[in-house]
Design a protein around this ligand. Structure first.
Ligand code: NAD
Length: 498
């Protein structure tokens, strides 16, 4: 280890209730995007680490975890929620350092994350089978909802603790055990969080965390025959690969993928609110959210006025240290993503789009050596351009004019993705019609970005498969068994199927 490396904070993976280095003994650096410098060392896992973790998870599934009843599992999840709430500030500080998320956002997010553990903890002992009044005389039939076994939770870098909770809480409530693979860019907060599971008394092996790269850890995890479900959030490209691999093992998948969501402003909208909604849709979290409203569709009649007001407010965004409570736009989380965002700005310019705000690296003194991109707004975008079709995952907004409702729907739906859409209008019939016609898993009217543990979330088209959040989805972590018991005194003629 070099002299510089030895000053870095060293993390361990968590397998079978033990803190451990990787099988290879290798580590990789995790960077602080605000300074552009490494701050932590993360174990570089491989297929043998995956093997150890899945083996531990399988043993816990049939052993100590299976011996707890659903109410006991729920009580543990409740304690976990309390522990997250208690340690929210410390976890937030780690995620800000590793990810560049604003401390103002993280504070609010980590006060909300416990709700996932409370909600699914409460649901754990309310999953009931049914007695089916079957049409076959002399038979008693009932159903059981059983857990699947080992679940792989594969998480991206943009909201590690939140998106881990979305998978972990229902998976555990349903009685499964879990191997979590955080992103190689942001593993630290997950490793800090998992300590809380130990503290509140989860048996060893129920939750394991294997850190490392997609090819070294993600692939063997998805391929492992004992993994029965892959709960994935990430890019559509990786999602497709996982879907194909999981199909070979006949595994279940849930895929929460990317987006290119339209935020649609009609001329009858409350424009002041719409401006704020559009800004929150694309510049909050530096645009690094799957639900980013990266295409602003604005009605022709108000186009110029709206762009002017939008640009004026976006221009006031305070950039800088994400640990300052008043910072509004932080850095891009990692160097490849930073480069990708800058490349897309070049692509848009090359395609003929006109930048009316930003359009490059942020060189403000308060941004230091961090990976900052100026909030950027492009006008003159047509929906066929790459900047309108491809996910940038950064603070880059494309403005596209439309004439009427039909054209707004046509443009809104004319992308491969279908994660979310925003509609700004004061007309109730228009709001309802638009919500019906837009091909998106979530439609917001006169708001943007609201999500809750109670409400289903997921994508149409290339934005994914399955849903997270809400009551129904816990069944996606379970399988149904139908049990038939004969109440007849004799076995009927065996040569005839009844
Ligand atoms: P990514 O697909 O590159 O990586 C996601 C995770 O998959 C990481 O942990 C990575 O190591 C792992 N991985 C990579 N290759 C793998 C493989 N072959 N097999 C198994 N695992 C593999 O995505 P990212 O860049 O970390 O995240 C950004 C993407 O996530 C964006 O497209 C964004 O829209 C999407 N996202 C979606 C949602 C949603 O809920 N729909 C939420 C947040 C982010």
């Amino acid at each position: 280890m070099s002299a510089v490396q030895s000053e870095l904070e060293t993390y361990q993976m968590y397998v079978n209730g033990q803190w451990t280095a990787s099988d290879s003994g290798e580590y990789f650096e995790s960077y602080n995007p605000y300074t552009g410098r490494p701050w932590a060392l993360i174990p570089r896992g491989n297929a043998r680490d995956v093997e150890r973790a899945v083996d531990a998870a399988q043993r816990a599934f049939t052993g100590p975890w299976a011996s707890l009843n659903a109410s006991q599992r729920g009580a543990l999840l409740h304690k976990l929620g309390d522990a997250v709430a208690e340690h929210a500030a410390e976890l937030a500080a780690i995620e800000v350092r590793d990810n560049g998320k604003l401390v103002a956002e993280m504070g609010a997010q980590l006060n909300y994350v416990p709700q996932w553990y409370y909600y699914y903890g409460g649901l754990a002992d309310k999953i009931e089978g049914a007695v089916i009044p079957v049409d076959k005389p002399g038979n008693f039939n009932y159903t059981r909802h059983e857990p699947l076994g080992v679940v792989a939770a594969i998480v991206p870098w943009n909201s590690p603790l939140l998106l881990t909770a979305w998978k972990l809480a229902p998976a555990l409530a349903a009685g499964n055990t879990v191997v979590v693979k955080p992103s190689e860019y942001t593993s630290a907060s997950t490793l800090a969080f998992v300590r809380l599971l130990e503290d509140v008394g989860f048996p060893p092996g129920v939750v394991n965390v294997v850190t490392g790269f997609g090819a070294d850890v993600g692939t063997p995890l998805v391929e492992h025959p004992l993994v029965r479900k892959v709960a994935f959030t990430g890019s559509d490209k990786t999602g497709q690969l996982i879907y194909e691999t999981a199909a070979r093992g006949m595994k279940r998948v849930s895929l929460e993928l990317g987006g290119k969501s339209p935020n649609i402003v009609f001329d009858d909208a409350d424009l002041e609110n719409a401006v704020k909604g559009v800004i929150s849709g694309i510049f909050a979290a530096t645009g690094q959210t799957c639900i980013a409203g990266s295409r602003l569709l604005v009605q022709e009649s108000i186009h110029d006025q709206f762009v002017e007001e939008l640009t004026a407010l976006a221009r006031t965004a305070k950039m800088g240290d994400p640990m300052n409570m008043d910072t509004q736009v932080g850095p891009v989380t990692n160097m490849p993503q930073y480069q990708k965002v800058l490349d897309y700005i070049d692509i848009a310019t090359g395609e003929g789009a006109k930048s009316v705000l930003g359009g490059g690296k942020a060189t403000r003194p308060e941004c230091g050596d961090g990976w900052f991109v100026e909030p950027t707004i492009f006008t003159g975008v047509s929906n066929t351009m790459r900047i309108a079709q491809e996910e940038v995952f950064g603070p880059v907004l494309s403005v596209i004019p439309f004439h009427d409702e039909d054209e707004a729907v046509a443009i809104g739906n004319d992308v491969d993705f279908g994660l979310a859409a925003g509609v700004w209008t004061q007309s109730i019939p228009r709001a309802i019609t638009m919500a019906e016609r837009l091909q998106a898993g979530t439609v917001w009217v006169n708001t943007y970005r609201a999500v809750s543990y109670m409400s289903p979330f997921g994508g149409y088209k290339r934005s994914g498969l399955g849903r997270e959040n809400g009551q129904d989805m816990i069944k996606d972590y379970m399988q149904v068994k139908s049990v038939w018991i004969s109440t007849a005194s004799d076995v009927p003629n065996p040569f005839i199927i009844r």
